[in-house]
Design a protein around this ligand. Structure first.
Ligand code: AMP
Ligand code: MG
Length: 487
């Protein structure tokens, strides 16, 4: 297959991943598409990468982000990995994605540039290697919303349609998403390394990942244990941030947990409207394994699988190694709790740290659940003292809680006003609500009408500004709302 190359854009590709043993990847070109058309191009991200939007026409960008015209120094590969999917181990790998390489921006930062939906690879198993437009737009919307909420995440640079259909339950327009990440190394990459039964290969991956994401660990007495601890700490922080905004990942398989600590793989994810800890949206998650409140213990479960892969590196004595790794994994709960509490205090404008804060927070959550209150809006309304219209305010127990909370604010030297200002910066007004995302996707996919989608994205990029259209909760909670894996 002849793929044209272009050098008009200032890409600076590096291919450090391909220095790993050959087991970890295969060279794989994206499969050409018949009629690429640029649908979304992320200008701020393009700037971050040091690339000039004006260097190319929309059609030429469409050619690049479909894989039809490759950047000159791109050397596409598909990465190998494994993973526990809903608790069951499987060998996986990029079945519908290729990595062009690591682009280095003018500031010297490295970014994996990956096409998702770019055709079959040796890891496709029974899949067609392709993606449908709706799910790729969905990933673009939600990942960029997460970034605006300051939550570590992979980014979305572009979406193109391919001009070809993909067969799912019905024929759907095909699309390719360009994903940008610190790297695509996952817990599942380490699980894959373990299956090779070769400590040198495992060590090569660990050393590479430490160099790339956790170089400070190299100077520690036990670099691999320090590495494990650092990954656990980043995940504890990440999951706490998800919990603060009501984000439900939906498919926290170990192959979807990034070692760099970014949120990755936006499939059946969704934001909760009414607060309920057992909220699940994913159509395939029938047991609620990945329900909202299960996310911290599931993250810990995944990290235990990660820790297992490092046992041969942590200590020559396997028993000692297991003991050290277990301690590290056990620390997750405390680290999560600390990070969660810190964020919840910010959401409630609490500067003082009192032992009774946990009770105060949990009481509010119980009252929210009882009153079917909108998680995002209650915090927002508490921030601006505009809660009168919410049903929860008529609840006598809530009135008691509210007085108690005000009492806490008044005890602080910073005062109520400062607290509310802090809260307005930590409680978003705009999140990608399911009914808004669905409306944007259906207008885009069925009518090629992208106005609502673009307006929604613009609002999501300023999540702490109230919006007449995009802050509103759904009129009626749709209890049957379901999300799909998007394959
Ligand atoms: P995901 O559910 O997106 O995390 O994907 C799980 C695994 O299935 C990964 O190895 C993907 O590359 C693979 N996969 C998902 N969709 C497809 C597809 N349409 N064709 C080939 N492989 C796929
Ligand atoms: Mg995945």
């Amino acid at each position: 297959m002849n793929i044209q190359k272009t050098n008009k854009v200032a890409w600076h590709f590096n291919h450090s991943y391909t220095k790993l043993p050959k087991d970890f990847f295969v060279e794989q070109l994206p499969v050409k598409v018949s009629n690429p058309k640029l649908i979304l191009l992320n200008e701020p991200l393009l700037k971050t990468l040091g690339l000039d939007k004006e260097a190319l026409s929309p059609d030429a960008w469409g050619n690049i982000f479909s894989g039809n015209t490759l950047p000159e120094k791109a050397k596409p590969i598909a990465e190998a990995y494994a993973g526990h999917q809903f608790g069951h181990f499987a060998l996986l790998g990029d079945g519908r994605a290729v990595l062009l390489g690591e682009h280095i921006n003018p500031e010297g930062n490295h970014f994996d540039i990956q096409f998702k939906g770019s055709g079959q690879t040796p890891y496709s198993r029974r899949g067609d290697g392709r993606a449908a437009l709706g799910p790729m737009l969905r990933e673009f919307i939600i990942s960029e919303a997460m970034n605006a909420l300051k939550i570590p995440t992979t980014r979305s640079l572009a979406v193109v349609t391919t001009g070809e259909s993909v067969m799912r339950d019905e024929a759907l327009p095909g699309a390719i998403l360009t994903r940008v990440a610190k790297s695509h190394i996952r817990v599942g990459t380490f699980q894959f390394a373990s299956t090779l039964n070769d400590i040198n290969k495992l060590k090569a991956l660990a050393d590479y990942t430490i160099d790339r994401h956790y170089p400070e660990c190299k100077a520690k007495d036990n670099p691999y244990l320090a590495f494990l601890n650092a990954v656990i700490e980043r995940q504890a922080l990440l999951i706490s941030q998800w919990m603060h905004v009501g984000f439900i990942h939906g498919v926290m398989n170990t192959d979807n947990m990034s070692i760099s600590g970014e949120t990755i793989d936006y499939g059946p994810c969704a934001f909760m409207d009414r607060y309920h800890p057992e909220t699940v949206f994913s159509s395939i998650d029938r047991q609620g394994r990945y329900a909202y409140s299960n996310q911290p213990p599931i993250a810990q479960w995944n990290l235990a699988r990660f820790a297992e892969t490092l046992i041969p590196l942590i200590d020559h004595n396997a028993d000692k190694s297991i003991e050290l790794a277990s301690q590290s994994v056990n620390n997750f709960s405390g680290q999560f709790q600390t990070a969660w509490l810190k964020g919840m205090r910010q959401k409630l404008g609490l500067f003082n740290e009192e032992a009774s804060d946990i009770e105060l927070i949990n009481e509010l959550l119980v009252l929210m659940q009882k009153n079917k209150a909108d998680y995002t809006l209650i915090f927002r309304h508490l921030s601006s003292d505009a809660i009168l219209k919410d049903a929860i305010f008529k609840d006598v127990s809530f009135k008691v809680w509210y007085k108690n909370w005000l009492h806490c604010l008044h005890k602080q030297k910073e005062g109520e006003e400062t607290s509310r200002l802090k809260m307005l910066k930590h409680n978003p007004a705009v999140i990608p609500r399911n009914y808004l995302v669905e409306k944007a996707l259906s207008l885009a996919v069925a009518d090629q009408d992208y106005k609502f989608l673009n307006d929604l994205i613009a609002a999501l990029l300023k999540p702490y500004e109230d919006s007449k259209v995009f802050s509103e909760p759904p009129i009626e909670e749709d209890k049957s709302y379901k999300t799909f894996c998007g394959t």
